[in-house]
Ligand binder design. Structure first.
Ligand code: EZ4
Ligand code: CO
Length: 402
């Protein structure tokens, strides 16, 4: 099954997406997401200039061999641009293989391990009471697990608070927005938010929170400890994770479950975190961590250590990635939860898909392959627009993690 055509489609139906489309000699095509928010064209160029010429003529059925060919063959290993490019090729090839066998992809990954996939949504507000209302709204929509983020009095902006409505997208056109940060104000504020949410909604609804890489290990330990009475489902990205051993310090102090990994791109980024049981959920996702093939290896390592999956699913994962994530989630034994934010209506029409949301659960559907397509003529009506994620500074102007 020779590959005869491969191209990159860049579109911006509300936000930028990079999509790989590969066609085989018998007319079957597959899709893969290659979106790297804020650095989209680097991946597009890596694919177009360096990878696509190598794919033409290759047998699309040899998924693992092509993965290793691109990984080992580049000599320069890992990194978000390389791994997103390999991920896109890997996703395309799984889509093609499943379509050629006329089966939804999850059937090739061991079949369904559960009836459907538990997802969590993002509730946020400018302050505590607005966040309470947002959580209530998500409950009305049927969500069974909810992430809560709130603006902090005295700080002009913080991570995770939308600009109204359901569609949160932090990237902005032309130049990165500048946020201001105070760990002290944040640490004083967050326990009160969760006390209020538990008072309003009781103990049973799983609540999550994302600290977005902003704390030192000892600050993260304090936050985890102070949130223990409100038993979070997880505390996400409590501290930057380049230094994996720093999680030992957090672990020593708190039983709040920890989730990490949305910015990781390989199994080597989380090997110590998993093997020392320093985290509870691994958040690597298809597009940013080498595709379905590599994500399964991470999940298999994690399974041994009772670490579960909790894949990143913000709106910068295109519907192609979301579909791939759902096939992975449905099949992998140690699935934990899947993040899910609604894409804009424009995005959904550019990428028609068979996955569905009902009653807080999602299912990839029974369409052969990933179950997602791209309307190329419609995509062409939304040209790429340069956009950047925000940057973050402390009150005194020092650059901080966003
Ligand atoms: O900031 O996807 O848990 N979700 C997140 C996301 C990330 C964005 C970055 O592009 O942290 O909102
Ligand atoms: Co996050």
């Amino acid at each position: 099954m020779k590959i005869v055509d491969a191209k990159v489609i860049i579109c911006s139906p509300g936000r930028n997406f990079v999509t790989l489309k590969v066609t085989t000699e018998d007319g079957i095509y597959g899709l893969g997401d290659a979106t790297l928010n804020g650095r989209e064209l680097a991946v597009a160029s890596y694919l177009t200039e360096h990878v696509l010429p190598l794919l033409i003529g290759r047998d699309a059925r040899r998924i693992e061999d092509i993965w290793q060919y691109l990984y080992k063959g580049a000599y320069w290993r890992r990194g978000p641009v390389t791994m997103a490019s390999i991920a896109a090729v890997d996703t395309v090839l799984w889509d093609i293989k499943a379509k050629s066998l006329n089966t939804p992809l999850y059937q090739l990954l061991g079949g369904a391990s559960r009836e459907a996939v538990l997802v969590y949504g993002h509730a946020s507000g400018a302050g505590v009471e607005e966040t309470v209302k947002a959580v209530a709204h998500y409950l009305e929509l049927g969500y069974k697990a909810i992430r809560a983020q709130s603006g902090i009095p005295g700080l002009a902006s913080t991570y995770g608070v939308g600009r109204g409505g359901m569609y949160y997208e932090p990237a902005e056109k032309d130049a990165p927005p500048e946020n201001i940060w105070s760990s002290e104000q944040y640490l004083n504020f967050v326990p009160g938010l969760f006390a209020r949410l538990r008072k309003e909604f009781g103990d049973d609804i799983p609540l999550l929170h994302d600290a977005h890489h902003r704390l030192t290990p000892i600050e993260a330990a304090r936050l985890g400890k102070s949130l223990e009475p409100f038993h979070l489902f997880w505390l996400e990205d409590p501290t930057p994770a380049e230094l994996q051993e720093s999680f030992r310090l957090i672990r020593r102090h708190t039983t709040t479950p920890l989730a990490v990994g949305e910015v990781f791109n390989s199994i080597f980024d989380c090997q110590q975190l998993i093997q020392e049981q320093l985290i509870d959920y691994i958040r690597t996702t298809v597009v940013h961590a080498g595709g379905i093939s590599h994500l399964r290896k991470i999940a298999n390592l994690a399974e041994i250590y009772q670490v579960r999956t909790g894949a990143h699913g913000a709106t910068d994962m295109s519907p192609v990635c979301m579909a791939a994530a759902l096939h992975f989630d449905l099949s992998v034994h140690n699935f934990g939860i899947q993040e899910y934010m609604h894409h804009s209506a424009e995005t959904d029409t550019v990428f028609p898909h068979s996955y569905s949301f009902e009653d807080g659960l999602m299912h990839p559907g029974e369409t052969p392959g990933l179950g997602v397509d791209i309307n190329e003529s419609l995509a062409a009506k939304y040209p790429y627009q340069r956009a950047y994620l925000p940057i973050n500074r402390k009150l005194d102007g020092t650059m901080h993690s966003w």
